[in-house]
Design a protein around this ligand. Structure first.
Ligand code: HEC
Ligand code: HEC
Length: 414
C-alpha cells in the first residue's frame, strides 16, 4: 500500500449501542494531521464556533473550512497536502459540473453523479463520454470523505485525489476521456475568465492551472458532500422523538437484530464497513460476497467483474465487494455493483432468500449456494409487516437537505 496515503483514524462511531442512541461520537481531540493551516479572516470565527460545538477547543488551530456537520459528528480525515478551503470547494463544484472536463466535451462528473440521485445515477451501469459501457453502477457520493477505501472493490485506493484519476484519465473503459487531450482540456479552463478568478482564489500565487489543482479542488468538493440530516439522524442523535414513525423505529430494531444481520456489514454512522462483531482482520478487508451470483455452480461471479478477486487472484475473494453506505439509499436505485437489483423491494427479497438464484441465461446459477458467500447472508423469514418496517427505516435515511443544498448545486444553472 502507498505510504503517502492518509489512513483514516480509528472509527470512534463503530461502537454499537443496543439502546436508544445507536452510535456514539466521543468528543475528543482530532489527531494532529487532522488540522488545517492557520486560517485568516471571517472563516476563523466560524471555525472557532464549530470547534467549540465539537468540544475540540484547545486541540489546536481552528479549521479554515466550516464543515457542514451537526454538533458532535466527527471530522473527516483530510490529507495534509490538500487541506479544505472554501475557495477550493467552490472551484471543485464548478469543475464537477463542467462538461469541458471531458476530452470530447460531452460529459462531466455530474453526468454519472447526479445530485437528485444522491450523486449516483439511475442507469444500472455507467456509460462514458464516448459511449463505452462501464462494468459497474456509479456509486453515490455520500460522506465519501469518511470512506477508508474507495470504489466497489479496491482495498488499496484510499485517497480521493487518486481515485479521480480513473474517471479523468482511464482508458479501459473511457469515462471522461482526457488522456491524449490534456493540453486541450487545460487550455479550455486557463482561458476562461471565470476560472481564472476561481483558480486565483483557490490557489493564490501558484501560476497556471494544472491538473494537480483540478484534482485537489475536485477532491475538496467531493469531501464537502456530507449528509447527516436525515430523519434517522434527528431521531437517533438529535433527540427528536417525533422524527420517525413507529414503523421506521421498528425497522431500526430489525436492521440491528441478529435475525436480519444487516448491521454487521452496514455499520458505523455511515452504514458501511465492518464491525467489532467480526474478526479484526475483517476491519482491513471490509468486502463481502453476498451471494448475488454462482455462475455455472462454480462459485464464480460474471467473468467481467469478480470484485476483489480481480485484484488479488485469491479464490476466497471472488464476488467480494464493499458494503456501500445506506445513507440516501432510497435515491440511488438500481442497486449492487452492477445495478442488477432494480429497487429496495428486490434488495429485501434478495436478503430474505439468502442470495439470488438465477435460473437461466449466461449467468445461471444459485447464488444462495455460493461457497464464498458471507455467513451473515443466511436468509430471513421476513413477514410483510417487517418488510414495510425495514423499508420505512431505509427511507428514513434520506436527507432532503443533502440533495438540494445550495453549496452542492450546479453553478452553471444558477
Ligand atoms: C462515466 C461515468 C462516471 C464519470 C464521468 C465519473 N464517475 Fe465517479 N464513479 C463512477 C463509477 C461507475 C464508480 C464506481 C467505480 C468502481 O467501483 O469501479 C464511481 C466511483 C466514484 C467515487 C468513489 C466513491 C466511493 O464511495 O468509493 C468517487 C469519489 C467518484 N466516482 C467521483 C467522481 C468525480 C469527482 C468525477 C469527475 C472527475 C467522476 N467520478 C466521474 C462513474 C463515473
Ligand atoms: C455480509 C455483509 C452484508 C450483510 C449482512 C448485509 N449487506 Fe447489504 N450489502 C453488502 C454488500 C457487500 C453489498 C454490495 C454487494 C454487491 O454489489 O455485490 C450490499 C448492498 C446492499 C444494498 C444496495 C446498496 C447500493 O447502493 O447498491 C442495500 C440496500 C443493502 N445492502 C441493504 C442491506 C440490508 C437491509 C441488510 C439486512 C437485511 C443487508 N444489506 C445485509 C453487504 C452486506
Amino acid at each position: 500500500m502507498d505510504s503517502d496515503l492518509i489512513e483514516r483514524r480509528e472509527d470512534p462511531a463503530s461502537i454499537y449501542e443496543a439502546g436508544r442512541r445507536f452510535l456514539r461520537f466521543p468528543r475528543r481531540c482530532p489527531p494532529a494531521r487532522n488540522r488545517f493551516s492557520p486560517p485568516t479572516g471571517n472563516g476563523w470565527i466560524g471555525a472557532l464556533a464549530i470547534a467549540m460545538l465539537l468540544g475540540s477547543v484547545g486541540c489546536g488551530t481552528p479549521e479554515q473550512y466550516d464543515w457542514p456537520l451537526p454538533e458532535g459528528y466527527p471530522l473527516p480525515e483530510v490529507p495534509a497536502d490538500n487541506p479544505m478551503t472554501r475557495a477550493k470547494v467552490e472551484l471543485g463544484r464548478h469543475l464537477f459540473y463542467d462538461t469541458r472536463l471531458s476530452g470530447n466535451g460531452e460529459q462531466a462528473c455530474a453526468s454519472c453523479h447526479r445530485p437528485e440521485y444522491a450523486f449516483s445515477e439511475p442507469r444500472p451501469r455507467a456509460v462514458g463520454s464516448t459511449g463505452e459501457l462501464n462494468r459497474r453502477n456509479a456509486l453515490a457520493l455520500v460522506n465519501v470523505a469518511y470512506n477508508s477505501t474507495l470504489m466497489w472493490a479496491h482495498p488499496g485506493l484510499r485517497r480521493i485525489e487518486r481515485q479521480l484519476l480513473i474517471p479523468m484519465f482511464g482508458e479501459a473503459p473511457v469515462e471522461l476521456g482526457i488522456a491524449g487531450r490534456e493540453d486541450e482540456v487545460l487550455a479550455r479552463f486557463r482561458r476562461d475568465e471565470r476560472y481564472r478568478q476561481l483558480f486565483g482564489d483557490a490557489f493564490p500565487g501558484e501560476g497556471r492551472l494544472e491538473f494537480t489543482h483540478i484534482v485537489h479542488a475536485l477532491a475538496c468538493f467531493v469531501r464537502s458532500l456530507l449528509s447527516f440530516e436525515s430523519p434517522f439522524d434527528r431521531y437517533a442523535y438529535g433527540g427528536d422523538d417525533a422524527a420517525l414513525n413507529e414503523a421506521a423505529i421498528r425497522g431500526i430494531g430489525l436492521f440491528f437484530s441478529e435475525r436480519f444481520e444487516c448491521h454487521h456489514c452496514h455499520t458505523g454512522f455511515n452504514f458501511t464497513e465492518s464491525t467489532d462483531h467480526e474478526s479484526s482482520a475483517m476491519l482491513d478487508n471490509p468486502f463481502h460476497n453476498t451471494g448475488l451470483y454462482n455462475v455455472a455452480g462454480d462459485n464464480a461471479y460474471p467473468a467481467e467483474d469478480q470484485g476483489l478477486y480481480d485484484l488479488t487472484g485469491d479464490p476466497a475473494d471472488r464476488g467480494r465487494f464493499r458494503a456501500p453506505t445506506l445513507r440516501n439509499v432510497a435515491l440511488t436505485a438500481p442497486y449492487m455493483h452492477d445495478g442488477s437489483l432494480p429497487d429496495l423491494n428486490a434488495v429485501l427479497d434478495f436478503y430474505a432468500a439468502g442470495g439470488r438464484d438465477i435460473e437461466d441465461g449466461e449467468h445461471a446459477g444459485d447464488g444462495r449456494a455460493n461457497a464464498y458467500k458471507s455467513q451473515f447472508v443466511k436468509g430471513i423469514d421476513m413477514t410483510e409487516r417487517e418488510r414495510t418496517e425495514m423499508l420505512a427505516f431505509l427511507n428514513a435515511l434520506t436527507d432532503p437537505s443533502f440533495v438540494d443544498r445550495a453549496e452542492h448545486r450546479n453553478p452553471f444553472a444558477e
